[in-house]
Write a protein that binds this ligand. Structure first.
Ligand code: MLT
Length: 248
């Protein structure tokens, strides 16, 4: 079995995900916001490529059941109900709703996983739950690809650190798992920062840009390990949570 980490989800190729169990990470902030939405009772989160796609899809649904969410250049999209701050996806706002979300790097990365066996959305806020799912998959003989959405198809430190925490712990007490170089490098980054996750974020370009744009509190929210303990699964172009009403 092997674990490969790949960077720049928008540039993902089918061979990198075909038949694999895939974890998509855009820890600042899309994958965190998706976990928050599902943990707080959203019926489903539908990732869409563009704001126009989201508006078009909303027209096919009952408007009162739908929330339009997302960002461009980190800021809420004009006319949308929510931005991309996980702190906005409260139970009062999202419970029972279908969230249509479009973000710069996160939602294209998720959309590019067609052909994967299973796709899970991973972050720090749902770390232990997703780790258990990935360990079970690995024990069952699956190969895993961790897709770091990154920034503009490039490496992003915050996604690499989060991926590294998954990689380091998913292989514990399992023998003979091969890691690609990126997976090994991610483990080193996780080891460097340990539990100082906000420090990791503040060292990253995107973390600093979010702070400069007034979203400093989002760094703390995105670093809150296990605060939204859900397993968000992407299937049939929508994300729902694995649970009593949704078995795999
Ligand atoms: C993205 O998808 O690029 C990010 O989630 C951007 C953001 O921080 O809102």
């Amino acid at each position: 079995m092997r674990i490969d980490v790949v960077f720049g989800g928008a540039a993902l190729t089918p061979s990198e995900v075909q038949g694999r169990v895939v974890a998509v990470i855009d820890v600042l902030r899309a994958s965190t916001s998706i976990a928050a939405a599902l943990a707080n009772g959203a019926r489903a989160v539908i990732p869409l490529e563009s704001p126009d796609d989201a508006v078009t899809r909303a027209k096919t649904l009952e408007r009162s059941d739908v929330l339009l969410a997302g960002e461009r250049k980190m800021l809420p999209i004009p006319g949308f109900d929510l931005g991309n701050s996980p702190r906005e996806f409260t139970r009062e706002v999202v419970e029972g709703k279908t969230v249509l979300i479009t973000t710069t790097n996160g939602t294209p990365a998720i959309a590019n996983t067609q052909g994967a066996r299973d796709v899970v959305i991973a972050s720090y806020v749902n770390y232990t739950a997703v780790l258990a799912m990935l360990r079970a998959a690995l024990r069952g003989g699956a190969d895993i690809t961790v897709v770091c959405a990154g920034r503009d198809k490039q490496f992003a430190l915050e996604d690499a650190g989060c991926a590294g925490r998954y990689v380091s712990n998913v292989v514990k007490r399992l023998a003979g798992i091969e890691l690609n170089d990126a997976a090994q490098a991610c483990s080193l980054i996780d080891r460097k920062y340990g539990d100082q996750i906000v420090r990791l974020f503040e060292a990253s370009e995107h973390g600093r840009a979010l702070r400069d744009a007034g979203f400093g509190e989002d760094l703390t929210a995105c670093a809150a390990v296990d605060s939204y303990p859900v397993i968000p699964l992407y299937q049939d172009r929508q994300i729902t949570k694995l649970g009593p009403d949704r078995e795999r």
